[in-house]
Design a protein around this ligand. Sequence first.
Ligand code: NDP
Length: 294
Amino acid sequence: MQLLDGKAVSAKIKEDIKQEAANFLKESGRKPHLVAILVGNDGGSETYVASKMRNCEMVGFDSTNIRYGVDISEEELIAKIQEINADPAIDGLIVQLPLPPHIDPEKITEAIDYRKDVDGFHPVNLGRMQRNLPCFIPATPYGILLMLDHYKIDTAGKKAVIVGRSNIVGSPMSILLARNTQPGNCTVTVTHSRTQNLREEVLQGDIVVAAIGKKNFVTADMVKEGAVVIDVGINREVSDETKSGFKLYGDVDFDAVSQKASWITPVPGGVGLMTIVGLLKNTLEAARGTIYKN
Ligand code: NDP
């Protein structure tokens, strides 16, 4: 088994981004600028946004975190998004999910200008991705592609099985791996909670992407010998073993599955770090106007 090492790969790509951000500053006189809106105080969301802001700083971007209480109305949130859409000093905008139940995440996603949608969730970006046109690719699937590319994992003609069909991970991942490009050209199966004989389906996978949200859900008996296993899951459990008071677990039973896999991502230290890289790359592209002209 070989490790798909998110720590090493993300560090290397972030060095490149830092250099490119410095070039951008020299040419334009300003830094790429990402704004993250956080509503409420969900522990996981707080950690993710703090990490995104910290990483922006590390690569020489400006970053702004706008925080609201859970009682902000949908109208107020949309008004703020529209203000940011119109602000030429802001390149990228993300609204951290999940949102409180009275706010419709679809409306919020569509309110963001697709040219600033560095999370890649807007229907314009998803539609363009499906057609293989320049667009912002959702950060997690983008990070996974960068990882596969870095390790030169040959995906052409392989059978990929995606477990989970969410709008932010499973579904875009299935589109990306089926596209006529490298990484891509896979024969893709998307599985979900209504899939029958899930074990048999996952066993077919030369590449398995697990994005379910259930600790150690993918077990060794579900994985083919030699498969490439990508674990997207981040399951937080209270723990007194760590400084933060939480321990993270993936959706894959790493200890057992790593005995069979040819390549595997650890949790932590895998896809989570690559997601940040996907977001940073999208923000840099938004600032440069290379995908959509500024
Ligand atoms: P969602 O909850 O949106 O989707 C989960 C998917 O898993 C659904 O499609 C669901 O099926 C499917 N599922 C649930 N139970 C089963 C089951 N028993 N058998 C088969 N399929 C099942 O999750 P996300 O995609 O947003 O996130 C998945 C995991 O990835 C979470 O742990 C999340 O924290 C993590 N994550 C990590 C990121 C990173 O950067 N590493 C980024 C984003 C997410 P159905 O559609 O039928 O309900």
